[in-house]
Design a binder for this molecule. Sequence first.
Ligand SMILES: Nc1ncnc2c1ncn2[C@@H]1O[C@H](COP(=O)(O)OP(=O)(O)OP(=O)(O)O)[C@@H](O)[C@H]1O
Length: 297
Amino acid sequence: MVIEIANPAPYTYQLKDIIEATTLKNDDMDLPCAIGKTIDDEVFMFDLAKMPHLLIGGATGQGKTVCLHDIIMSLLFKKSPQELNFVLIDPKKVEFEIYYPLINSFLMKIQGCKHPIITDVDEAVLALNSLCELMNKRFDLLKHTNVRNINEYNEKITNNTIGNADGYEYMPYIVVIIDEFADLKMIAEEDIEMPLVRLAQLARSVGIHLIIATQRPTYNIITGNISANFPASIAFKVATQSDSRVIIHNADACKLLGKGDMLFSHISSLTRVQCAYVDKKEINQVVSFIAQQEINQ
Ligand SMILES: Nc1ncnc2c1ncn2[C@@H]1O[C@H](COP(=O)(O)OP(=O)(O)OP(=O)(O)O)[C@@H](O)[C@H]1O
């Protein structure tokens, strides 16, 4: 039996220290996300490709957006734009604008969306439907090349078994991140849920992975259909036991301490983690560096 005693002066872990500590540890992960430390002071990381989708819930101001930045930054450190693209959907309009300089590298362009960071509900619906179409095209590619998933397909590209001459190109992973999912769900309802659930059910083998975050984790926002297709979840501190159950299927998230204290749930395991902190200045530096590299090439 383990008894956890709250630290009266919790330590703030910086994301750069967490990422530096993981450089040699994650060669076998397709989408490595290093986001904090466990109560044993071990770096906590997961492979988003294996989750394969992630739900993040917690009351306002408890650390969800910081966690999303950790995940994005972690992936930016480990992947190139040829290997990974992001679709960022931000109904709050302010949180993801910082990634705008990645417009010619990591940010995926979606036809019909005016801005690379999607803030409009109709454009969010359009983006998810476009991703469903892309998923179907990718399934056709897997079928024609006689492989079962993105890794086998990209292996054939890398060892020149198939290539440009036959019309085949390297398939980047696509990570779709929605901050404040409730804002979309309340307005677009089924129009947003249908393509989201379809992607969550099928898109894993073609390398499309979803992360949705909400400060309103209730059963009408995170429906049974969504919940069943998001086997991994992160709960930050919530106000009610019912909110906690929607995210991690037990009431423990009510007892968390706030400021990045979280529970990570995957299938039947539950891990207590202190999420790492990253500020806007650090994000700016990384994003500007990547954008400058793109210009120099
Ligand atoms: N991992 C962390 N370590 C230390 N402080 C943190 C951490 N995460 C969040 N905080 C503090 O809490 C504040 C709010 O965090 P954040 O914006 O991520 O909350 P949120 O859950 O996204 O809130 P909202 O739902 O209102 O957008 C941060 O500005 C920071 O001061």
